[in-house]
Ligand binder design. Structure first.
Ligand code: HDD
Length: 749
């Protein structure tokens, strides 16, 4: 008969080390030694709500959710066993009376909620925004005042892919920021591209249906490279500007930390004297705007689909806190709402920074990772209508539809109208609403009169005036007009700004754009779609159209609109300049025979420069030689170049017997032992091809030579020792990539 263990036996077992029961000890029940859970930390609490009615705050609820040392049911009853169903005998049938089994499985069955219909794939972090005070003249928003610190939560996302899709696909990135201000929550729900596909929200379902996978086979996942997308954007030429940005390097950012963010729409700011201006919001990353190269982006989709999520998490964890300056372009609030002839209500248009500079008004630092992905990143709910006094909307018809859509979608996504009570969504300002009941109501409202006016609750709560921080819509005059389904005539200029963008790119950036269009259209099957898209490209620029047509093997059509001499806006190009290298990842490639003192000093120098060193060696474990052993983080079998921003080669790691595979070794065809390991050759040639900095010492020139790389090539740093090489490498890395390795960079203006 099977031995029965009492609860007492199990408690004894919990105090044993796994794998080491004494002769008298009962067998271990659990595979690891359980420890008492730590008491919840204060900083794990959700943002607290100041409740006028005494309802529990987020903090109290979070604590109640996970406390006590013992595993319990959802009702708080302690459990003696969570691994065995209740059965009639050890080999008998499971009994339906097992409440714990049914509760555990039922809850699990309902663990998923609908993913976002767009922007399903995301990653988020907490941080703080500090106002510079520079916006005081144009906005009375209290959080923009000098040195005011406001907690923020930022979620970055891709638009098209499902929740489990890869991070580095070609797509627009969402950049949504929740400011928990003292005057209520302000959400800036933007993208990393300053224009949008459509000018009117009524077309949003169309553009998204076209971009999402084909409805019959549900492929391709998280891609715009398919017929329905190009069918729509070629028929619907107001999408041209946004599509061009997507086909540029902006569509494949190196990191969320290296993306600009844009509010896209024009907003209205109002100051204490009730004077208004129109503005566009910009987030400028301190690390500069940088992208992957397309081959790298595609490889990462397979090798590390979580690349951006991991990068953000690791950077914050290691103290390389990403920062952005918030800036505004300011325009007079004139009746026609245009600036230098640009319609400010048209979300497919930018205002070049050369015409209206971006003025910095505050600094955002992301300094804490999420503690629970579902509770925070998945359940956070943004809304462009979450505004505070001093920031108002305009009549941009795209924004109008958004003001409806977000609340509506949250109700089904988060299961009812009370999602604002979820800790991550709770305002930090006092909430005193008259919204009552509904699914998942967690507040215990007191009082009998949730209506106005009332006398039974003493007339509470009272209405505030502007002097008490009330949000008062700006009384903008609406011109007398007829009800029509029309857009203003300025909205029909679809090509001037795409041409401006194209002309503002460097030759290398143009080459990338041509390659991206050629790639995407080559994935289309419908000839008519390709031909129609070429006609659109002809209206941007003949060179762009001609090169894509050549790639597709099709004739290049002529433009159907006059090409406007659009000039250029250098601020649109992301190449040039030198930038901080915080959080960049450096692979230090070595074997036991390498200069291990040099490895140690290089490792230290990389850390001192605020970057992340990863030692890559033939096998796991440690590098052993003179001095302390050095821990290995990646092996030649697990490392691929896409994981690193730069490589440091210490000598010439030799090919081990395993390097050529067992078959070759058995057949005696393995290369001679002095040959460099082929996996290292692959690392180096790939990194070089992607324009990455490569450095080395201790004979690394030989390895570079084997790869056909000269010690004087751009972005190559060969030094005398580890520390000196890191210095050269960091300088090269500051330019993001060795652009001179790409022929187009040399051919240009
Ligand atoms: Fe949207 C999510 C950004 C137009 C409807 N949108 C969503 C997110 C971002 C944006 C960043 C993800 C927020 C998060 O992380 O939770 N959307 C934009 C920008 C737009 C835009 C910059 C144009 C300037 N969106 C737009 C339109 C509509 C929507 C025109 C509908 C008429 N967007 C939604 C949505 C989503 C959303 C369906 C999906 C999940 C959610 O809202 O919470 O309501």
């Amino acid at each position: 008969m099977t031995k029965q263990h009492s609860a007492k036996d199990k408690d004894t077992a919990k105090n044993e080390l796994p794998g080491a029961p004494g002769p008298e000890s009962p067998p271990l029940i659990e595979p690891t030694k359980p420890v008492e859970p730590l008491p919840p930390k204060a900083d794990q609490d959700g943002p607290a709500t100041v409740s006028p009615t005494g309802q529990p705050t987020g903090a109290e609820q979070a604590r109640a959710a996970q406390s006590g040392a013992y595993l319990t049911t959802a009702q708080g009853t302690r459990l003696p066993d969570s691994d065995h169903s209740l059965k009639a005998g050890a080999r008998g049938p499971v009994l339906i009376q097992d409440h714990h089994l049914r509760e555990k499985i039922t809850h699990f069955d309902h663990e998923r909620i609908p993913e976002r219909v767009v922007h399903a794939r995301g990653a988020a972090a907490h941080g703080v925004f500090v106002g510079y005070g520079a916006a005081g003249e144009v906005s009375k928003a209290a959080f923009l005042a000098k040195d005011v610190q406001t907690p923020v939560f930022v979620r970055f996302s891709t638009v098209l892919g499902s929740r489990g899709s890869a991070d580095t696909v070609r797509d627009t990135r969402g950049f949504a920021t929740k400011f928990y201000t003292d005057e209520g929550t302000f959400d800036l729900v933007g993208n990393n591209i300053p224009v949008f596909f459509i000018q009117d929200a009524v077309k949003f379902p169309d553009v998204i249906h076209a971009g999402k996978p084909h409805p019959d086979r549900e492929i391709p996942q998280a891609q715009s490279a398919h017929d329905t997308f190009w069918d729509f954007v070629s028929l619907h030429t107001e999408a041209t500007h946004h599509t061009l940005w997507n086909m540029s390097d902006r569509g494949i950012p190196r990191s969320f930390r290296m993306m600009e963010g844009f509010g896209v729409h024009t907003f209205r700011l109002v100051n204490a004297a009730d004077e208004s201006v129109l503005v566009k919001f910009h987030w400028k990353p301190r690390l500069g705007v940088h992208s992957l190269v397309w081959e790298e982006a595609q490889m990462i989709c397979g090798m590390d689909p979580d690349f951006h999520r991991r990068d953000l998490f690791d950077a914050i964890e290691s103290g390389a806190f990403p920062q952005w300056e918030l800036g505004i372009q300011v325009f007079p609030d004139t009746a026609d709402q245009t600036f230098e002839g640009i319609d400010l209500l048209d979300p497919t248009k930018i205002v070049p920074e050369e015409l209206s500079p971006v003025q910095p008004i505050g600094l955002m630092t992301l300094n804490a990772n999420t503690k629970n992905y579902f509770a925070e990143t998945e359940q956070v709910a943004f809304h462009p209508g979450h505004l505070v006094p001093g920031i108002d909307v305009t009549d941009d018809p795209l924004l109008a539809g958004r003001l409806f859509s977000y609340l509506d979608t949250q109700i089904s996504r988060l299961g009812g109208p009370n999602f604002g009570q979820i800790p991550i969504n709770r305002p930090h300002a006092p909430v005193n609403d008259m919204l009552r009941d509904g699914m998942h109501q967690t507040a215990v409202h007191t009082g009998v009169a949730p209506y106005r006016p009332n006398s039974l609750d003493g007339g509470c709560p009272f209405l505030a005036g502007a002097d008490m921080s009330a949000f008062i819509e700006t009384p903008v005059e609406v011109p007398a007009a007829s009800k029509v389904r029309e857009a203003p005539s300025s909205f029909s200029d679809h090509f001037t700004q795409p041409r401006l963008f194209w002309l503002s790119m460097t030759p290398l950036e143009r080459e990338h754009i041509v390659a991206a269009y050629t790639f995407e259209l080559s994935k289309c099957h419908e000839q008519a779609v390709k031909e129609r898209t070429l006609k659109v490209l002809a209206n941007i620029d003949p060179e762009l159209c001609g090169q894509v047509a050549t790639g597709l093997g099709l004739p290049a059509p002529a433009a159907t609109v006059p090409l406007v001499a659009a000039g250029s806006s250098p601020a649109l190009s992301q190449m040039g300049g030198t930038w901080p290298t915080d959080g960049r990842v450096i692979g230090i490639v070595a074997d036991d025979a390498a200069d291990l003192d040099g490895v140690r000093s290089a490792w230290r120098a990389v850390l001192d420069a605020g970057m992340v060193p990863l030692v890559v060696a033939p096998t796991g474990g440690t590098l052993d030689g003179a001095g302390e052993p050095i821990a290995v983080q990646r092996t030649f079998a697990t490392a691929r170049s896409v994981e690193f921003d730069a490589l440091l080669l210490v000598g010439v790691p030799q090919a081990g017997a395993d390097a050529y595979g067992a078959r070759d070794a058995k057949a005696g065809t393995a290369r001679p032992p002095e040959a460099p390991d082929p996996r290292v050759l692959l690392l180096v040639t790939e990194a070089y091809r992607h324009g990455k900095a490569v450095g080395g010492w201790n004979g690394a020139e030989h390895l570079l030579e084997t790869c056909g790389i000269g010690a004087d090539d751009p972005g190559i740093a060969v030094g005398d020792d580890g520390a000196a090489t890191v210095e050269g490498l960091t300088r090269a890395l500051g330019e993001h990539r060795a652009w001179d390795r790409f022929p187009a960079a040399l051919s240009g203006e």
